[in-house]
Design a protein around this ligand. Structure first.
Ligand SMILES: [Zn+2]
Length: 101
């Protein structure tokens, strides 16, 4: 939640907690909605924010989380009954995999 104590509300510092990060993101959204246009926020601008946040989340997952998860999969082993496929879609472990290849 973004409602961190007043003394932590300084967007100049690098966020150290999820609350700090949420606060910083909220400040940016507030700036866009209430200071980035002459007119009060309307549905389009609210929708812009929701779309950007959804795309930012998807991009963080695609670029940062998925590669990390892949690394951990190789390090610690599979949890599903199907194994990973290579770039061409070929099963990487047809002896134990249940994908049917
Ligand atoms: Zn397979």
């Amino acid at each position: 939640m973004p409602y961190i104590p007043q003394k932590r509300r300084d967007t100049e510092h690098t966020p150290e907690t999820p609350g700090d990060l949420h606060y910083d993101v909220s400040q940016l959204v507030d700036k866009y909605l209430y200071h980035g246009s002459e007119v009060p926020p309307n549905y389009q601008r609210f929708n812009d924010v929701m779309g950007v946040l959804a795309c930012a989340q998807a991009e963080i997952y695609r670029r940062l989380v998925a590669p990390y998860e892949d690394e951990k999969l190789l390090e610690n082993g599979e949890v599903y009954s199907v194994s990973q496929a290579d770039e061409l879609g070929q099963c990487l472990d047809p002896t134990t995999c249940r994908c049917g290849q």
